[in-house]
Design a protein around this ligand. Structure first.
Ligand code: CA
Length: 373
């Protein structure tokens, strides 16, 4: 099938999916079988997260349960945590080759396949969660992402967002850019490259290996996600200072990778079930993180006596200057990345102007809280 037709079908699928909520699973099953015998499908889902890990892992469980319910059991998906069927960082290859029909991860893990993939997870000082979704769904981002993964036989779909992450866990204070020199830190994607330019050593580790590496001193510092997820890994037991903001991950999109061949073999209604369920999880995970981060941060600070620190403005300014260079250089050596960056930046410029008079103006007007001065 030609890509244009494929994308058209994807668009049509999204429209059809809008009517699903009003139909019972039985009606859907009947619809699906109207053109022939209803066929059942059994898929494998490999993930980059530990199985059942709070947040990302449980979101995957919710996703497959939703697909099962919406498809009236016609599409059953078995979930494999990191290392169960394939190691965390082999998820992309596993879905590309058809070892599994679906995968869940984040696009910056695949920069070895295509550096441009990183734009579809997060960009340092780039878009927030809400802005990422707007770019992907209404700003041309989704089409570019699909085009980028097409040569790998993969269809990407946004399936979760972490919101603004935390800056990370450190055992020394970061008072100036010099303090980043010589720092061996787990930090993926473009943020890692920024650290390298400032004299640090970025390391990319799957989530499940972070705590041991930090505790044993294999790495000096790490970032992971935010209070809810970081507490679950017990990172406060291995580092003293918890820094914010997550300049490197302002709204990381998580992805479902779908094997294109497997997807095209699904009837249209099941295709719509898959893409719509991913869209639902995209919202669900962001909502869950936003809701749970507050309580987890409170617990980290009060019970575990974590020292919360903000990066000094001087450090953030330096990081931002380097980040802009890193992104521009990436676009300079890869024409595909250039096209994606042009779309991304054009969207960012517009949305920043709008955010000034909407989000920022409102947050400033609201102040620090209903009961605080
Ligand atoms: Ca992170």
């Amino acid at each position: 099938m030609k890509r244009r037709d494929f994308v058209k079908r994807m668009g049509a699928g999204a429209l059809v999916a809008g009517t699903l909520a009003g139909c019972s699973a039985q009606q859907q099953a009947a619809k699906g079988s109207a053109g022939g015998a209803a066929r059942s499908f059994h898929w494998k889902m490999v993930t980059t997260w530990p199985k059942n890990f709070p947040g990302m892992g449980t979101a995957v469980n919710k996703l497959v349960a939703l697909i099962d319910e919406m498809s009236a059991g016609r599409l059953a998906i078995k979930v494999y945590g990191a290392g169960e069927l394939v190691p965390a960082f082999e998820v992309f290859d596993a879905v590309s080759s058809g070892t599994a029909e679906m995968g869940h991860g984040a696009a910056y893990y695949w920069k070895g396949k295509s550096e441009a993939a990183q734009f579809f997870s997060t960009v340092p000082f780039g878009l927030t969660a809400q802005e990422m979704n707007a770019w992907l769904y209404y700003g041309g981002g989704m089409e570019l992402w699909q085009e980028l993964y097409e040569p790998f036989g993969l269809l990407p779909v946004a399936a979760g967002n972490t919101g603004v992450q935390m800056g990370g866990w450190f055992n020394r204070e970061i008072n100036s850019p010099q303090d980043l020199k010589g720092l061996k830190m787990r930090i993926p994607g473009l943020g890692g490259e920024v650290l390298r330019r400032l004299g640090g050593t970025p390391v990319n580790l799957p989530g499940g290996e972070i705590f041991t590496s930090l505790q044993s001193g294999t790495i000096d510092a790490t970032e992971w996600v935010g209070p809810y997820n970081d507490l679950a890994f017990g990172l406060h037991k291995a580092a003293k200072y918890y820094y914010y903001p997550g300049w490197h991950e302002p709204g990381t999109t998580l992805e479902c990778l779908i094997n294109r061949q497997a997807f095209t073999e699904l009837p249209k209604d099941l295709q719509a079930v898959v893409t719509t369920a991913c869209k639902a999880i995209n919202l669900d995970l962001l909502s869950e993180f936003t809701a749970r981060n507050n309580a987890a941060l409170h617990q980290l600070v009060t019970r575990h006596k974590v020292e919360l620190r903000s990066f000094p403005p001087e450090v953030l300014k330096e990081l931002k200057g380097v980040a802009d260079k890193v992104v521009a250089e990436l676009a300079g050596r890869d024409p595909v990345a250039k096209r994606i960056l042009d779309s991304f930046q054009q969207f960012r410029d517009q949305v920043v102007a709008w955010d000034e008079i909407s989000e920022r103006a409102y947050l400033n007007a609201r102040g620090r809280g209903m009961d605080q001065a």
